[in-house]
Design a protein around this ligand. Sequence first.
Ligand code: DP6
Length: 322
Amino acid sequence: MSTATAIAHPNIALVKYWGKRDSELNLPATGSLSMTLDIFPTTTTVTVDGTATTDVLVFGDEERSDGPAVRVSRFLDIVRELAGSDRRARVETVNTVPSAAGLASSASGFAALAVAASAAYGLDLDARELSRLARRGSGSASRSIIPGFAVWHAGESDETSYAEAIDAPDLAMVVAMVEKREKPISSREAMRRTILTSPFYPAWVSSTAESLEAAAEASRAGDVERLGRITEVNASRMHALIQSCDPPIRYLTPVSVEIFDRVAALRASGVGAWATADAGPNVVVLTRPDDVPAVTAALEGLAELAVARPGPAAALVSRTNG
Ligand code: DP6
């Protein structure tokens, strides 16, 4: 038996990934830019067992056989193909981020799984190969392999679509957890609906590609104001795009919108703060570390808050090959 344990953290995109050009390889329509957080880690242990006849997924203390188990097993098939193995595995994963609440649990989940599974199957992958592998599980997971700020290149192919680190100014994020329940429509399904039904999708793709270039330039130059502005505009465009589906999808709740308003009011009072949100009602506020107290004071009472700073790379914690 071989076993490996890995830890990975979620990431929040400043320039979002929304739409695939190849859903088999999980190649995105555009590149994206994110910050890996130092909170809400996922810890995953993969044990490769020569005698087992099926893969087993234990999520928290619950053994699963539904959608997530199928997705994990398909991911393991990719790892098995790389490793030339047909052995099944037991996957035990513990998430500290509220699952499927739009806080990128699939990002930390598949990043931890990519690191643990590749090690348990005896592969020795570098960061780029791990990022490409994690991408196959969930697009945003490609970025959780990387510490701090990362750009996921849209790339031309499987080989060239991976995330890598980018220089960035000193920043923090205030995570406002509006709701912790499971979201009604997964981002995967909502992306599909967007591509099929929104007349605005082509404009989203072209404007996001431009925003990514501008954001990467602002990040390298340490221009917090410009990076912040691009972040809020890009998130607002993504949610407008999602609302333009048929039938429409709306992830933001009145409380989420209230948070966007309070952040705008903070900016009007001179505090550098910019809001973003993924496919769920939670809102994340990008700010300078010194301005975190002003942001948390402004959001007091609206939602449960957590403060994040740039986090570490996905990492192998232990490995025993037998
Ligand atoms: C709104 O990475 O969860 O968080 O590739 O289908 O697994 P799949 O999608 P996923 O989508 C993330 C969407 C987002 C934006 C982002 O993180 O860039």
